[in-house]
Design a protein around this ligand. Sequence first.
Ligand SMILES: NC(=O)CC[C@H](N)C(=O)O
Length: 222
Amino acid sequence: MKAAVVTFPGSNCDRDLAVAFAAAGFDVTRVWHKESGLPAGLDVVGLPGGFSFGDHLRCGAIAARAPIMAAVAGFARSGGHVLGICNGFQVLCEAGLLPGALMRNAGLRFVCRPERLVVATADSPFTHPWAAGTQVDIPVAHHDGNYRADADTLARLRDEDRIAFRYAGNPNGSADDIAGVLSENRRVLGMMPHPERAADARLGGTDGAVVFRALAAALATV
Ligand SMILES: NC(=O)CC[C@H](N)C(=O)O
């Protein structure tokens, strides 16, 4: 199984994301944002957390227009799996690959702490090992994690069971406590919490590792 992890100027979780993919059995290729193509035979693209382009304009807005993103969009459109974490989630929204936007946290403070999440759906390649309603602990670290979408979009996400994770105690004001959402085909996941920071007992938790192992298992059966 092959994963690519994209690095933008200002990404700071790209190496951790590569390590988490590798621990789940993926061969990982690191890809610079100025590349125009992705490696052949790829199973998943990871868009890491960080402060791409210094969060100028809006978090993820400049990265969403980087050369590599045309290839990522094409990969997603052709049924490829994409995992965007934190700044990666912001990039996916800015690129139009996921609906909605991440706005400034309601408390106007950077929040960096472990968060309890509720798995909102088990119907995805990233969450299938859990039952819906399972509580998991995965840390957050962001100032723009306040998920917003219009009422129709939120209703559609609920109706189509595309909310992947909710916060048990909402740290940022997100609509409907949303911590992560899925694309229509369920193969693109964007989430603000950092599963790669809870992917090894030595980091203080292993709930995040389930996301990577779940994907590996799902891809093995495709
Ligand atoms: N850890 C991250 O990816 C942070 C994302 C973004 N820079 C924010 O603060 O909201």
